[in-house]
Design a protein around this ligand. Structure first.
Ligand code: FPP
Length: 281
C-alpha cells in the first residue's frame, strides 16, 4: 500500500481513492475474470484479436497495481477449457500474445519479485507456449513478493477432478486407499492453488453475472464484484474502486455480523432467551 501511495501524485484521483482504503484490509488474493475484449474490439470495428491485444495493457496495470498494494496473489483467467471452441485464428492469436507478454514481462517479474505460475492443464497447450511458460516459471520460481497465477486451459471442474485423482493416486502409492478420507484440507492442498489463501475478492469485467467455471472451490467465500467496464478499459482506478467496494462489505463467512444487531447484555435479551425456553402452545 505504501508503494502505491508513493507512486501517486498527492491530490490526483487515484491518490484520493487510495487514501480512502484501509491498509489493514487490503485483500490478500484477488482473482479476475477478464471479460469483454471481443466487445471492446467490435465497438471499434477491429478484429477480436485487437481486443485481446488491448487487454494486455490492462493486465500490466492490474499486475503493477497489485504489487504496489502488497497483494500476496493475483489470479487472472486468461484461457478456459471451453475457449478451445473459438475460431482457430483467434486461439492462435492468443498464444502469440501470451508468448509476447511473457517475453516482455520477465524483467518486470524479476524487478518486482513476482513469481509466475500457470494454472490449468498445460499439457494440451502448443509446445512453444508450454516452453515459454515453463521458462518464465523456472526463472521466477524463487521470487516471493507476489504470486501471479495465469489460468490457462483452466476449468474449475477439471481442477477438482485433477485434485481428486491426485489424492487417489497418493493414497494408492502409500497403500492406504481403503482408509482414505477426503477432507477440505486434503482437497485444498491438491488444487493448482495449493498453499495460497483463497481469493477474498473476485472481479468480473463486462457485466456478466457468472463465475464461468473459475476457481469453483476457492471462491466459496469470496466477495463478488461485477463491473460493466470491458477488460481493455479496466485501469488502476477501477481496481481501487473494486477494493473500496470490497472494504465496505460485511464478510460474515456464515457467522454473524461484526457489530451484533442485538445487545446480548440488555435485560430485553434475557427476556427473549427465557421466552425461547417456554414450551410452544
Ligand atoms: C474474454 O473476453 C477474454 C479472453 C478469453 C482472453 C483474455 C486474454 C487477455 C486479457 C490477453 C492475453 C492475456 C495475457 C495474460 C497475456 P472475450 O473475448 O470473451 O470478450 P467478449 O465476451 O466481449 O467476446
Amino acid at each position: 500500500m505504501k508503494d502505491l501511495l508513493q507512486a501517486l501524485t498527492p491530490g490526483e484521483r487515484d491518490w484520493r481513492l487510495a487514501t480512502q482504503l484501509d491498509p489493514k484490509r487490503i485483500p490478500a488474493h484477488i482473482a479476475i475474470i477478464m471479460d469483454g475484449n471481443g466487445r471492446w474490439a467490435k465497438q471499434r470495428n477491429y478484429h477480436r484479436i485487437f481486443g485481446h491485444k488491448a487487454g494486455i495493457a490492462a493486465v500490466r496495470i492490474a499486475v503493477e497495481t497489485s504489487v504496489q498494494l502488497g497483494l500476496e496473489a493475483l489470479t487472472l483467467y486468461a484461457f478456459s477449457v471451453e475457449n478451445w471452441k473459438r475460431p482457430r485464428h483467434e486461439i492462435e492469436g492468443l498464444w502469440l500474445l501470451l508468448k509476447y507478454y511473457l517475453q516482455r514481462e520477465l524483467s518486470t517479474f524479476m524487478a518486482n519479485d513476482i513469481q509466475l505460475v500457470a494454472i490449468g492443464r498445460q499439457e494440451s497447450l502448443p509446445s512453444t507456449v508450454q516452453a515459454e511458460l515453463q521458462a518464465v516459471m523456472d526463472k521466477t520460481a524463487g521470487n516471493r513478493g507476489m504470486r501471479l497465477n495465469l489460468a490457462i486451459n483452466y476449468g474449475g471442474r477439471t481442477e477438482l477432478i485433477d485434485a481428486m485423482n491426485s489424492i487417489l493416486e497418493n493414497a494408492r502409492l502409500e497403500g492406504n486407499l481403503d482408509s482414505l478420507e477426503i477432507t477440505e484440507d486434503s482437497v485444498s492442498s491438491h488444487l493448482y492453488t495449493a498453499g495460497l489463501k483463497d481469493p477474498d475478492l473476485l472481479i468480473r469485467t463486462s457485466g456478466e453475472m457468472r463465475v464461468s467455471n473459475f476457481l469453483l472451490w476457492q471462491i466459496a467465500y469470496a466477495e463478488l464484484y461485477v463491473t460493466e467496464t470491458l477488460w481493455p478499459d479496466f485501469n488502476r482506478t477501477h481496481l481501487l474502486e473494486a477494493i473500496f467496494d470490497f472494504q465496505n462489505r460485511d464478510r460474515r463467512f456464515g457467522g454473524l455480523t461484526r457489530t451484533p444487531l442485538v445487545n446480548t447484555d440488555s435485560p430485553a435479551f434475557m427476556l427473549e432467551e427465557e421466552m425461547l425456553e417456554l414450551p410452544l402452545a
